[in-house]
Design a protein around this ligand. Structure first.
Ligand code: HEM
Length: 117
């Protein structure tokens, strides 16, 4: 079970890489107010949701403690991220504050994941 959990943590991290990496590729364009949500961001956010839910299930099945408040906060932020990226996925230009908000919430989730113990 441990190997399976670590495997999904790995996939979870690949999801963050796609979401945050996609965001970072658009930073220069954001400066020109011409950023867009690239497909990697949508796929990364969806990967986070699927692997995160599976990780909760695997941890519970393995009798490992799951911090429901921490997971709830991460889930709430991710739903906002995924909703915004999904709705605006075809927009060729996303307003700077909205685009910046997605990056900010993603980084916030990374620090919630690693600092909330
Ligand atoms: C952008 C959103 C997210 C980011 C950046 C993120 C980040 C991370 C990181 C860096 C880890 C490994 C460090 C650790 O073990 O705490 C992790 C683990 C984990 N994540 Fe996420 N996560 C996100 C969303 C979610 C969601 C939506 C869920 C559940 C619905 C979730 C559930 C979990 C679980 C269960 C673990 C295993 C470790 C633990 O129990 O804390 N994550 N996440």
């Amino acid at each position: 079970m441990d190997v399976l959990i670590h495997l999904f943590v790995g996939l979870h991290i690949i999801g963050i890489a796609a979401l945050l990496g996609g965001f970072l590729t658009q930073l220069k364009a954001m400066g020109r107010d011409a950023a867009r949500f690239v497909p990697a961001m949508l796929h990364g956010a969806a990967t986070m949701l699927v692997t995160g839910v599976i990780l909760v299930g695997l941890n519970q099945a393995d009798d490992q403690p799951v911090d429901n408040v921490k997971i709830g906060v991460k889930l709430a932020l991710l739903i906002v991220i995924l909703g915004l990226v999904y709705v605006k996925r075809d927009d060729e230009r996303v307003e700077k504050p909205l685009f910046g908000l997605v990056g900010l919430l993603t980084v916030a989730n990374v620090f919630i994941a690693v600092l909330w113990t």
